[in-house]
Design a protein around this ligand. Structure first.
Ligand code: 5GP
Length: 206
């Protein structure tokens, strides 16, 4: 496992953009990888969606009103923002700016519209798409987690199919069939990007 000295040597942080249809298991994967790899920070997005029972302000999201969100849009506080399933979600620019001064890599968990916009502004960002093994499995997972009504699940499934069509322009695709394997794949991508960056900076290429 990488130690703090290696983390410090890496310099300015990388940005990993992770997208997935809901139910693909992205939240679990990201949480596991963050527990197992030091030097990663999760970018806490702003959203107008009300919190779910298990969610905490400032940890899962910053939960704000439509007015506050709109004010942030007007004041250009977002690197990117998008409307997903009737709610607004945005990544604060300040979160990404802090990478200039901190030796940390950032994980953005954002949808495909946001990923496209973020990539336009941050060309070096690494795009990773998490796929469920199949649409049937996705449906079972959405039903099983008991978070949404039947109507919302149908809505989410239709949205998921559209999202999956966007996967082809991502740099990496991980099929989350078995969590352990998917965690290892995600870690391998992050570690290899860190290694590439370290090699380039050593050679004076960056
Ligand atoms: P959920 O409501 O299930 O937490 O998230 C719904 C969708 O919004 C997910 O696809 C998630 O990746 C996306 N999302 C979360 N935060 C952001 C953000 O800051 N920007 C964008 N564009 N999408 C986000």
């Amino acid at each position: 496992m990488e130690n703090q000295e290696q983390v410090n040597k890496r310099g300015k942080g990388l940005v990993f953009i992770i997208s997935a249809p809901s139910g693909a298991g992205k939240t679990t994967l990201v949480r596991r990888v963050m527990e197992e790899l030091p030097g990663l920070r999760f970018s806490v997005s702003y959203t107008t969606r009300p919190p779910r029972a298990s969610e905490k302000e400032g940890v899962d999201y910053h939960f704000v009103s439509r007015d506050v969100f709109q004010e942030m849009v007007t004041n250009e506080k977002f690197l990117e923002w998008a409307e997903v399933l009737g709610h607004c979600y945005g990544t604060a620019q300040v979160d990404v700016n802090s990478l200039e001064s901190e030796r940390i890599d950032l994980i953005l968990d954002i949808d495909t519209q946001g990923a496209k916009k973020a990539k336009e502004k941050l060309a070096s960002a690494i795009l990773i798409f998490i796929l469920p093994p199949s649409i049937d499995v996705l449906q079972e997972r959405l039903l099983g987690r008991g978070l949404d009504s039947a109507e919302t699940i149908q809505f989410r499934l239709a949205h998921a199919k559209n999202d999956i069509e966007e996967a082809h322009w991502y740099d990496h695709i991980i099929v989350n069939e078995r969590v352990e394997e998917a965690v290892e794949k995600l870690k391998t991508i992050i570690i290899s990007k860190r290694d590439q960056k370290e090699e380039k900076s050593w050679q004076g290429l960056q």
